[in-house]
Design a binder for this molecule. Structure first.
Ligand code: FES
Ligand code: FES
Length: 972
């Protein structure tokens, strides 16, 4: 290798670097000299996270070859813009405008904004948006609006029209912080580039650390493995070891990810996922071996030399193919459809096909079949893990985990390390939205660390991560809905098939969502519905914000619109007629917990009327305008088995230490934990500077549960209240004042208090596997979405020009954090409706190719209206937040497209070519028909009859104890 010495002026100082001109990129060199604010996400020039200023121009340093950079160039990175003790207004504004979530994109955005303000310190909002579009900066968390707010606020300071204090949130003197935009504790490290994310940690690990690359053959979706040949890989330079499943077995591991079977109708009997493939490849992204070497490049080069011989098997890349009668099994122990969940209500409880009569005899009915896409999460940071043995010989994972204790259960015995010797620590991380719930990347790194008995860093390219990680299950659904002559819904039937991909874990859970959220929150008297979940050979289904409910709304909110039209009623009025009123029940035959629906529609009405009037006025043959609505919502908590444990401790310096595993994936695990702790300790007058969060290290933090299911605020808040009461009771003196640490110790009083909150404190009832009757959540969240779109009839391209979301998530804990989830969820929904997909593994290899929205794809006008209704049983009146915001916004967009131009999109995403094809059919006087009714494995009513004839024993919450008691033992 030939090296070159070069000089650059970096952040104002002349610096000498040594680089490899043939290989190094500018980002390689900058990161190597310690400027790790330069984040590499995609590594292929499409995300902007690596943006730096090179001779006054913003460049993406990951694809700028160092040999193409002139010596003595001037380079500016975030480190040169501001430091913690001398922040630039942009950094202050980012912290105070809610512009920091995961923060992975933050350095690239601030660098880009800095260049903009050098050129134009008085930009309009649209000029800011044009600028970020030009510099190709992507933020997957925020939905962009708060980023533009931040630039506008900072620009005022730069122009001298405002002071830093004017754009800084001041903590209230009365300490009434709850609900206010208190700045996240981690924001400062993120805006200054000092937060070390996964690959930054890898750079900064001790020199002995080895590097791991995956051998991901990508030669088949389904095949028998005849031979794995590592001989050539082992001879590559710098290679220490190349391991296969045999090494994991030899080290005492089972090579099998642990799996739970938590549904009475699940036919899965064996864990479906291996760490490294042994006999079979089940999907394109499967990994067969790991190359461990002295450098990342050496590991990668060696992994590429692993050879695999296969015997091709039939490949089922979608649900419909996998459930055909002659399809072979994906997993030998179970039919491809591995779980069913019916839902019956009204006359259907006696006999499901009674519903047919109601549907047939109603004044109006509509039917349709719908496909919702395999939505990729598209976090900008992918898989990156470090694994090592700590001083107590615990196998420690520095990683991104959305459920640290669940991950320990998932790892189970797979690596041959006892569970009590597994430790998970979260790095700062570049978001997840659900994919990091399954511990797949952790076990790869763990297997390598065990094999070499030392520290390792696992690296994946974005493409490898994209193929390796799970995605949202696509759905195929058939449905019918009917109403009377006044527009009141009389009955519905639906049949929803979820494609869970190659592995089963989670399928028995996601199946419950369609039978809970289809037609939420309407009152439907009679329901015959079925959820089915099947294995295929595509990538596996996994958690994603609003897990399983977008598939339900894809069907129901389209049918509601279609039925309104058939009945000749305005879609807003039709919804008003049919929302549930106090005492009316959901499709699971239980009351909705709250009834904010009328209030929310009243709040939406003026926005709707304005949007309809404006759309009408702006509509032209070239640019059609339309307005669409969609109700949505989600559950709060994981139901009857949910628990959260936290610890509060009075420390020697009289600080209050809060220990928990409120995993922060950018959604705000840090600020959420701070807000509930502040509120719980308010009687004692504790201010935020007296609270120290100790989070997300399983060695010292108790199990607070997953950051999922909109549960964290509700569960952690309750647990924090209990612990705070215990601590304050212990500290309270007879005169009502509070003891200091010294006083507590002198009196021999305990200073550390653990508390656990169990979801069963508010009774919940699991969904009955025979009928779908049940009440499995202590709280709901509600959203009502409005999208206004413009369709270009020449190209078929849809632009969302305004989005309004009325929401009720109970009392708000931190408005910036909740708004961040709302903006972010809405931006994902828009992407889901129009562009996002991971169906073509050859094409959907990075965030751009998979349809991630750039800033100009998301409207700047997103209006959020909170209801802020306190919940009687929620901690401090709060409920949960997040998931509802991504439940149904996509259908509001699809309904708006129909309203604009008459093209109903039955199969997502609504890419321009699809809309254009619909316009052409209409132009020729044709009619756009729904897809032919999907065959989902059997006839709906025959299957419901079969379920009725073969009931399973409903074990309620005993299901979990019957399976073994503790969380760990539930996994086989
Ligand atoms: Fe460089 Fe994405 S554009 S890392
Ligand atoms: Fe922008 Fe997470 S905050 S990607």
């Amino acid at each position: 290798m030939k090296l070159r010495k070069m000089w650059f002026n970096i952040n104002g100082a002349d610096r000498m670097v040594v680089c490899c001109p043939e290989k190094d990129t500018l980002s390689d060199v900058l990161r190597r000299i310690g400027l790790t604010s330069v984040k590499v996400g995609c590594g292929t020039g499409v995300c902007g996270s690596c943006a730096v200023i090179l001779d006054k121009k913003v460049v993406r340093s990951c694809n700028k070859k160092i040999k193409a950079v002139e010596e003595y160039s001037k380079i500016i990175t975030l480190e040169g813009i501001g430091t913690p003790s001398n922040l630039h207004p942009l950094q202050v504004a980012w912290m105070n405008c809610g512009a920091v979530q995961c923060g992975f994109c933050t350095p690239g955005f601030i660098v880009s904004a800095y260049a903009l303000l050098l050129e134009n310190n008085n930009p309009t909002r649209e000029e800011v948006r044009d600028w970020f579009q030009k510099t190709r900066n992507v933020c997957r968390c925020t939905g962009y609006k708060q980023l533009v707010d931040a630039v506008m606020a900072a620009a005022k300071v730069v122009r001298g029209e405002a002071k830093i204090e004017d754009i800084t949130f001041q903590l209230p003197e009365d300490n009434e912080c709850y609900g206010k935009p208190v700045v996240r504790p981690t924001a400062l490290s993120k805006v200054t580039g000092l937060a070390d994310y996964g690959e930054d940690m890898a750079v900064k690990m001790p020199g002995e650390t080895l590097h791991v690359a995956v051998a991901q053959p990508r030669i088949a979706h389904h095949a028998n493995i005849l031979k794995i040949d590592t001989s050539e890989a082992e001879k590559m330079p710098g290679v220490v070891k190349v391991i296969t499943y045999k090494d994991i077995l030899a080290n005492g591991g089972t090579n099998q990810m642990a799996e739970a079977n938590l549904h009475e109708r699940s036919t899965v009997t064996l864990p479906s996922r291996k760490i490294l493939c042994d006999e079979r490849i089940f999907r394109y992204g499967d990994v067969v071996a790991l190359a461990i070497a002295n450098t990342p490049d050496q590991a990668r080069a060696a992994a590429a030399k692993v050879k695999v011989e296969i015997e091709q098997l039939p490949e089922y890349l979608n649900y419909l193919d996998a459930v055909l009668p002659d399809s072979i099994r994906v997993h030998d122990d179970t039919p491809n459809i591995f779980c069913l969940q019916p839902v019956l209500k009204g006359v259907a409880l006696e006999n499901a096909d009674n519903v047919i009569k109601v549907l047939d005899e109603s004044a109006h009915s509509v039917e349709g079949s719908f496909y919702s896409a395999r939505e990729p999460h598209l976090s900008i940071e992918g898989c990156t893990v470090q694994a090592y043995f700590d001083e107590e010989d615990c196998l420690t994972f520095q990683c991104k985990s959305q459920g640290q204790y669940t991950s320990i259960s998932r790892i189970g015995n797979s690596l041959g390390i006892p569970r009590k010797k597994l430790r998970i620590v979260n790095n700062f991380n570049g978001a997840s939205f659900g994919w990091s719930t399954n511990a797949g990347d952790l076990v790869l790194a763990g297997a390598a660390a065990v094999a070499v008995n030392g520290p390792v860093a696992l690296h994946m390219s974005y493409e490898e991560h994209q193929h390796y990680s799970g995605k949202r299950c696509p759905s195929y659904s058939n449905g019918r809905a009917a109403c009377d002559e006044n527009g009141k819904i009389t009955a519905v039937e639906f049949d929803i098939g979820l494609d869970h991909g190659a592995y089963s874990w989670g399928g028995d859970h996601v199946i419950e969502k369609p039978v809970r959220f289809t037609f939420f929150p309407y009152h439907v008297p009679h329901v015959a519905g079925l959820g089915r979940v099947a294995n295929t050979n595509h990538t596996f289904g996994t958690a994603y914000r609003s897990y399983g409910s977008p598939q339900a709304y894809t069907l129901s909110e389209a049918l509601v619109d279609m039925l309104a039209e058939k009945a000749g009623i305005d879609p807003f009025d039709f919804r008003w007629l049919n929302i549930a009123r106090l005492g009316e029940t959901n499709i699971n035959s239980f009351p909705f917990k709250d009834y904010p629906m009328e209030d929310m529609m009243n709040k939406m009405r003026p926005f709707y009327e304005k949007a309809v009037a404006e759309a009408k006025a702006a509509d032209t043959p070239e640019k059609r305008r339309g307005v669409g609505l969609a109700w949505g919502g989600f559950n709060v908590t994981e139901g009857g088995t949910d628990q959260a444990t936290i610890i509060l401790e009075l420390a020697p310096d009289n600080m209050i230490l809060k220990y928990d595993t409120w995993q922060d994936l950018g959604q705000g695990g840090d600020i959420g934990s701070l807000m509930v702790t502040l509120e719980a300790l308010k009687p004692m007058g504790v201010t935020s500077d007296r609270i120290r969060l100790i989070q997300n290290d399983t060695k010292v933090c108790p199990d607070s549960g997953m950051s999922a299911a909109s549960r964290s605020h509700y569960m952690n808040g309750h647990a924090t209240k209990i612990a705070a009461e215990r601590l304050m009771n212990a500290m309270r003196k007879p005169d009502g004042t509070y003891r200091t640490y010294e006083e507590m110790v002198a009196e021999g009083i305990e200073t550390k208090y653990e508390a656990q909150y169990l979801c069963t404190a508010t009774p919940v009832i699991r969904i009955d596997p025979n009928t779908g009757v049940g009440d499995p959540t202590p709280a709901y969240t509600y959203v009502l979405n409005l999208a206004e779109v413009e369709v270009d009839t020449a190209t078929g391209k849809t632009r969302v020009i305004r989005f309004v979301c009325i929401y009720d998530v109970g009392k708000i804990g931190n408005i910036d954090a909740v708004s961040g989830q709302a903006y972010g969820g809405i931006s994902h929904s828009i992407g889901f409706a129009l562009s996002e997909d991971y169906s073509d593994v050859k094409k959907h290899t990075n965030i751009a190719a998979s349809g991630v929205p750039y800033i100009k794809d998301i409207p700047d006008e997103i209006i959020l209206i909170p209801c802020d209704n306190p919940r009687s049983d929620g901690p401090f009146g709060s409920s949960g937040a997040s998931e509802a915001f991504q439940s149904s916004g996509h259908v509001a967009v699809l309904n708006a497209i129909y309203n604009a131009c008459g093209v109903r999109i039955y199969e997502m995403p609504a890419r321009p070519e699809k809309v254009k094809a619909g316009l052409e059919i209409l132009a020729k006087g044709g009619k756009i028909e729904p897809p032919q009714k999907y065959f989902l494995g059997s006839d709906l009513y025959e299957e419901l009859e079969n379920i009725k004839a073969n009931p399973v024993v409903f074990r309620g919450d005993d299901m979990f104890t019957a399976l073994g008691g503790s969380t760990d033992e539930r996994f086989y």
